[in-house]
Design a protein around this ligand. Structure first.
Ligand code: MN
Ligand code: MN
Length: 474
């Protein structure tokens, strides 16, 4: 006789589900109110940082000032260091390495957290200033992957360094302080935009139309040639001592002039320019500043040029991190290649947060969510995982256990649907040094737009994750 079909009772189903299935719920429900308060408090510091340091140069200046306050001194190659020593190495004012020497030095490898401090923006061309039809404007060349139409009709501020003819440097910021003038790119009124509105978003605003309005009043004179441009140049000369030719030796960047603000009735999010990737740079910086005597030497890297492929001597496709680790190794009588081969790295960069308004480009089971905690990506890349270093199962397991053990709220996901697009980080350049690397970071809404959005809880959990990685005794 056939046995009657047995049913699992509902309590057992509940237990089985708890034991066997992944549970997904809003991360705010998985942490205490006290934790949320701590996250909010941590993010006040982050907002202040966002408002002070909008460009790679400003981040380096900010980080060096904080580091010196925390007892860090310039690194000197060839000098021996002792556990607990705190050093930094400034790469041309645009990238920075900070390290705290571990109890074991670097013989067991170093622990690296790498984030980037450049963000998409409008740079000036070498001959930027021109006058047309009674107005003076700047020609720009955009930097990084932007949707060009998003950069019109928003307030912009000017940041950067001009090296004058005599070689002296002028650092300037204009449009950030209350009462300072700001700048903008114009767009066509809808009344006259019939033709523009028929174009694709990609073509609606072209690169050569990202011209920044700089003035409209001429110098009062009899001649009528270039007098508005002359007036703009006269003001720049009075303020900064520069002539028009000095633009050729300048790094001038225009960025959104907004300040970081809380978003939502519940103030759970921060809206700001340049979360990508200062939202990981700040946790990586604060984690190294707070590191005391780690087991292995910990190294925070704040890199430039990620947004254009990490190319250039301040980007991570340069050897500056390799050289730094080589100097650490040499000071302890070790070979750089042995230290690097035992090293581990959190490549800390933002990932796409699932956007309910554009849900069709995301795969819901494999996306990172706002308030889900620090986002882990086993791999990035595009299409068939093109261009990704991909973390091994073993290294993902190590990081997963580390986060669990330290109460770090985390989630894992991909950028979006397999064929929807893709992106990369600095992970592959560090992996090429034979280091174990995994991508982690804060999920961002409206990434690369002038006003990006992140969750405060996710920012704090990224800090906790890096801190746990630095403090591990394994
Ligand atoms: Mn990034
Ligand atoms: Mn980016």
């Amino acid at each position: 006789m056939a046995k009657k079909n047995e049913k699992t009772d509902s309590d057992d189903v509940k237990k089985l589900k708890e034991k066997l299935l992944v549970r997904r719920e809003n991360g705010c429900l998985q942490v205490s109110d006290d934790k949320l308060k701590t996250a909010d408090k941590y993010c006040e510091g982050y907002k202040a940082f966002l408002n002070t340091a909008k460009t790679e140069r400003e981040v380096v200046a900010y980080a060096v000032a904080q580091a010196e306050k925390a007892g860090f001194v310039p690194f000197e190659a060839g000098r021996p260091y002792r556990p607990g020593d705190r050093v930094y190495s400034n790469n041309r004012g645009k990238a920075l390495i900070l390290a705290v020497i571990g109890e074991d030095g670097c013989r067991g490898g170093v622990r690296i957290a790498a984030a980037h401090i450049d963000s998409p923006r409008l740079d000036l061309k070498p001959h930027p200033l021109y006058e047309k039809d009674g107005m003076s404007l700047f020609k720009t060349h955009y930097y990084g992957g932007i949707k060009k139409y998003q950069w019109t009709t928003i307030p912009l501020s000017m940041h950067g360094r001009v090296v004058l003819k005599d070689g002296s440097c002028v650092d300037l910021t204009l449009g950030e302080k209350e009462g300072e003038p700001q700048f903008c790119v114009t767009d066509l009124l809808p009344h006259l935009a019939d033709e523009q509105m028929r174009k694709t978003l990609n073509k609606g605003v072209e690169g050569e139309n990202l011209n920044i309005v700089t003035g409209s009043r001429p110098v009062r004179a009899d001649s009528d040639d270039s007098l508005v441009r002359l007036n703009a140049m006269k003001i720049l000369h009075d303020q900064y001592g520069m002539t028009e030719e000095d633009f050729v030796s300048a790094d001038l960047e225009f960025v959104p002039a907004f300040r970081a603000v809380d978003v939502g009735f519940d103030r759970s999010m921060i809206g700001a320019y340049g979360h990508d990737d200062r939202v990981c740079a700040y946790p990586a910086l604060t984690a190294v500043l707070n590191a005391r005597k780690p087991k292995n030497t910990v190294v925070t890297v704040l890199a430039d040029r990620e947004e254009i492929g990490s190319v250039g001597n301040t980007g991570l496709n340069s050897q500056f991190l390799h050289y730094f680790v080589a100097d650490l190794a040499q000071a302890e009588g070790l070979e750089a290649r042995h230290v690097l081969s035992r090293s581990k790295c959190l490549s800390a960069d933002v990932t796409a947060a699932y956007d309910p308004t554009y849900s069709d480009v995301y795969e819901p089971n494999n996306s990172c969510y706002v308030n889900g905690g620090v986002g882990v990506a086993k791999y990035t890349g595009g299409r068939g995982k093109s261009g990704t270093s991909e973390a091994s199962a073993e290294f993902v397991s190590e990081v997963r256990r580390l986060f669990e053990k330290n109460g770090v709220l985390w989630q894992i996901g991909e950028m979006g649907k397999v064929d929807a697009g893709g992106g990369g980080t600095v992970a592959l350049y560090i992996a090429s040094l034979n280091v174990d690397v995994i991508d982690i970071g804060v999920p961002v809404l409206s990434m690369h737009s002038p006003f990006e959005l992140v969750s405060k809880l996710d920012v704090y959990m990224t800090y906790k994750g890096i801190q746990a990685f630095y403090e591990t005794k394994e």
